[in-house]
Design a protein around this ligand. Structure first.
Ligand code: FMN
Length: 268
């Protein structure tokens, strides 16, 4: 749908109230509402923030504000295209794709957040960790370290720190993917190396019939600091991701994600 909104500053934030009730408009009686928007040709995705009584607003990130060229103290009256962000596999034409075991695992991998009580054998754990260690890294510095725990008490401790890691309540194990800042001193590369390792770990987890989820550890967040303390990480070691995993309680079927508009041939 299309509507007009006023983008304005409220305290330190830049927001825009929606002139309609998205719960009614999009037929979402409860839970979070994720939307896809276009303003002046710029696309972005967002979770709507509630102010109660059916009043919702959009929050604008610093990058988006900069891109829209919104100046200090300026209110901007703009046209907004907004629709529910749901993965609509019907509308995506799937090209003819080749299939093999690896590609099947890549396509089927899904974030799993609830797990059974079944314990994980050492052979399975070692196989998963080995996959992480096989990741590519800039200049082959291999700065990744993995802290693994199957200690329920320790995992419970982390759930008390971050509500984003609540799934650890039922997880059988957790890996903290860490990067050595001395070994890889370019921060972007450290992040990229450890992200490659994280994805390898997740794909190995999926391929062995388990499920897992990647939880981001934002630098200098409380979550970051608490992980450093909980796992005794030395100063030069940066926690980058937490993976909660185990045998899955939920079954997830991934939609077709072949978004053709994300592919740019020869030039953007
Ligand atoms: C950098 C990063 C941080 C993430 N952090 C969290 C998190 O804190 N909690 C969570 O439940 N999922 C987290 N996720 C998982 C995403 O929510 C998930 O990948 C996304 O919704 C797509 O779903 P899928 O993994 O099933 O394809 C994170 C994923 C990435 C890549």
């Amino acid at each position: 749908m299309n509507c007009t909104i006023d983008i304005k500053r409220e305290g330190n934030s830049v927001i825009a109230h929606l002139p309609f009730n998205p719960k009614l408009e999009f037929g979402i009686p409860k839970g979070s509402i994720f939307v896809k928007c276009i303003i002046n040709g710029t696309q972005f995705k967002s979770r709507l923030m509630s102010k109660g009584n059916g009043r919702f607003f959009l929050f604008f990130s610093k990058q988006l504000i900069k891109h829209l060229n919104l100046k200090e103290e300026e209110n901007l009256n703009v046209s907004l295209d907004i629709e529910l962000d749901h993965e609509d596999n019907e509308s995506i034409a799937e090209p003819e794709l080749l299939e093999n075991e690896t590609l099947k695992i890549i396509r089927e991998r899904a974030s799993i957040r609830s797990f059974t009580d079944k314990e994980i054998s050492n052979a399975v754990i070692d196989t998963i960790l080995n996959a992480g260690l096989c990741a590519p890294s800039a200049k082959n510095k291999r700065p990744f370290h993995f802290v693994i725990t199957q200690n329920k008490e320790q995992m419970k401790q982390i759930t008390e720190i971050s509500h984003y890691a609540k799934m650890l309540e039922s997880a059988a194990a957790c890996i903290i993917v860490c990067g050595d800042k001395i070994m890889q001193c370019i921060p972007e590369w450290l992040l990229e190396d450890c992200s490659a390792a994280t994805q390898n770990l997740l794909l190995a987890i999926q391929s062995l019939g388990l499920g897992g989820v990647w939880c981001g550890v934002k630098q200098s967040s409380d979550f970051y600091k608490d992980i450093v303390n909980e796992f005794n990480l030395p100063n030069h070691i940066r926690p980058i991701a937490l993976i909660a995993f185990g045998y899955t309680q939920e079954k997830k079927v991934q939609p077709n994600r072949h978004e053709i508009n994300k592919i740019h041939r020869e030039t953007w």
